[in-house]
Design a protein around this ligand. Structure first.
Ligand SMILES: [Zn+2]
Length: 599
């Protein structure tokens, strides 16, 4: 979620990364040993796998401090004796217990080297109990910078939560803070609060204790694997309602938690969860966490994709804080936070990148889920307008993929540029093909952590076409490919790719006057096309899609085009295409390239 806001919410401050060390250290050569401890699989992390977190926390609103305990259940993947546990300053560990002994440990900044008294053998399942306390870093402008949020609702009552994506969950609780290791059997979160307040967590409410001494404990449980940064308490004057959604895997429990005074507005606005689930299940496959249910929880910040408890703070209004990020008008027809943050349940939460550098897997697919939702609601051309409209937000400042092993995010272009790259892949596959791709990704990498290599290879394999140069171009360079063309005569067109990675061979859809749309596959070498014929012998053209994806024998992209592209309600701005030269030749606007006519 986070970078989208850095980029967009306020032109006035997006240039200054807010607080997060891993953002500030965005350039090579600036990384520290602490970044490596945070962002790599250190030897003290590699030999054990987290099975479960049992987190207990009691916040103290007056002093902005918390105390608690994390019980970490883990399995030794190899024999070992020293573990790295993360808890960021200024939080403190009070004790670490294993079996019946209290362990020694050494603090190194935000990492703790924990020494077992004897070697644990491979395969052994163990438990560490870590007691902690302190005043966690406070989020000043959540969710853009991370930390605990201590605020008041509009009636002056305490309202607390956390936002810590990127920064890391170790900002408040001890854990193995690396994206590659999710607790395989989920997590339990017990939140102890004054009995005048309500505490909401991920998954299902397991238990609410009887008040004692003015305090009540709410225990929430998820059974599916979950990202550390998704495990979040929400504490305030919450009320809730429940709905059953008839989904692709049966009844999906939907629960909505909002502040008491927001109930009426929320009930109206959250109706969009229904159309969102319908659209996303159709395009991306079943909601990935039926076991834990789906929740929207009103949050004291704009929003975040907290698994099975999505944070919502978009003021019960459409758009992104009332704005349309695409400028096309379509973005004002739906609630950005309901759509985008829920989209992360498929990409980000079910499928998680091992390394923060590959965060495009979260944000590009989720950004593109906005286009899919627009397409579901208002038709293919509306979706096209939307994704093309977002191109104005692309900066091409640095590659989308960041530096590995140091908890580094790549460019914020992972949103709009990544979305536009996927839009082109959808053109190549056709709509049924792209649906099949998303379903296949969702099944193959269900509840897994992945590398970009795995995702790229899967897409190429699915498309039965090597798309590696497309990924290299759009994810690993800041260059936008240029299609140069010239008319050799009234009937002969020459074209080639330039400003591209070596071997770039992305097919594009073009129109030649008087003919139907057709595909060409330019390369760096010049090719020619006779304008007098279409798809003739030896010509570099095809009427149908250039790839024949698995499970899509038709190989064409004509599905679901029944809804006409109506005009948006207000503020319509027609998104521009790539332009064309001279009326004889034009490139489909759905391709994010530059077209240049020579001579
Ligand atoms: Zn996001």
């Amino acid at each position: 979620m986070r970078r989208v806001i850095l980029l967009v919410i306020g032109i006035s401050f997006f240039i200054v990364p807010l607080c997060s060390a891993q953002l500030a250290a965005g350039e090579k050569g600036k990384f520290t040993h602490a970044d490596t401890l945070r962002g790599s699989i250190t030897p003290e992390r590699a030999w054990w796998n987290v099975i479960h977190y049992d987190i207990h926390v009691t916040p103290d609103y007056a002093s902005k401090s918390i105390r608690g305990m994390t019980v970490i259940r883990w399995q030794a993947l190899a024999s070992g004796k020293t573990l790295q546990i993360d808890l960021q300053q200024p939080m403190r560990i009070l004790s670490i217990r294993w079996r019946k002994s209290t362990l020694k440990y050494k603090r190194e900044g935000n990492a703790f080297h924990v020494y077992l008294p004897k070697t644990v053998k491979k395969g052994s399942i163990e438990t560490l109990t870590v007691n902690f306390e302190g005043t966690p870093r406070e989020a000043i402008r959540p969710p853009w910078d991370g930390g605990w949020i201590w605020t008041r609702d509009s009636l002056g009552r305490p309202w607390m939560s956390v936002a810590c994506q990127g920064l890391g969950a170790s900002v408040w609780y001890p854990c193995k803070d690396h994206q590659s290791d999710e607790p395989d059997s989920g997590a339990t979160l017990s939140i102890t609060v004054p009995d005048t307040l309500v505490a909401v967590g991920n998954g299902r409410l397991l238990e609410k204790s009887a008040p004692a001494g003015g305090m009540t404990t709410y225990t929430w449980k998820v059974v599916d694997p979950i990202n550390n940064y998704d495990i979040i308490p929400y504490i305030g004057k919450y009320v809730s309602w429940h709905e059953d959604y008839p989904g692709e895997k049966g009844k999906l429990d939907c629960n909505f938690w909002v502040l008491d005074y927001a109930l009426d507005k929320a009930k109206e606005q959250f109706k969009q969860a229904d159309s969102m689930l319908h659209c996303f299940e159709s395009w991306m496959g079943p909601y990935p966490f039926y076991e834990d249910g789906y929740k929207l929880v009103q949050a004291p910040h704009l929003g975040m994709e907290h698994q099975s408890a999505v944070a919502y703070g978009n003021h019960f209004a459409n758009g992104y804080l009332g704005r349309d990020l695409s400028g096309s008008g379509w973005g004002l027809k739906w609630d950005f936070i309901i759509v985008h943050e829920s989209g992360h349940e498929w990409f980000g939460n079910s499928i998680t990148s091992n390394d923060l550098a590959d965060m495009w897997i979260h944000e590009s697919f989720t950004n593109y889920s906005e286009t899919l939702y627009t397409t579901c609601q208002d038709g293919v051309e509306a979706g096209n307008d939307y994704v093309i409209g977002t191109r104005k937000n692309i900066r091409n400042d640095k590659p989308v993929i960041g530096a590995y092993g140091v908890n580094d995010e790549g460019s914020g272009d992972m949103y709009y540029k990544g979305g536009n790259m996927l839009h082109m892949i959808r053109q190549m596959l056709g709509d049924e093909g792209y649906k099949g791709l998303l379903h296949g990704l969702g099944t193959t990498f269900y509840h897994k952590t992945v590398t970009t290599q795995q995702i790229e290879a899967y897409i190429s394999q699915f498309a039965k076409k090597d798309l590696s140069k497309v990924f290299d171009q759009y994810l690993r360079t800041t260059k936008i490919p240029v299609l140069e063309y010239k008319m050799n005569s009234a009937t002969l067109l020459s074209y080639h790719w330039t400003n591209c990675v070596k071997g770039f061979d992305m097919p594009i859809r073009i129109t030649v006057t008087g003919q139907k749309e057709q595909w060409i596959t330019p390369t760096e070498d010049w090719k020619t096309l006779s304008l007098g014929t279409q798809g003739g012998a030896g010509a570099d053209t095809a009427k149908e899609n250039p790839v024949a994806p698995m499970g899509n024998t038709a190989g064409t992209g004509t599905a679901d085009t029944s809804k006409p592209g109506m005009s948006p309600a207000a503020g319509a701005v027609q998104a521009g295409g790539n332009g064309s030269g001279d009326g004889n030749f034009s490139v489909d606007r759905n391709f994010y390239i530059t077209v240049k006519k020579l001579g």
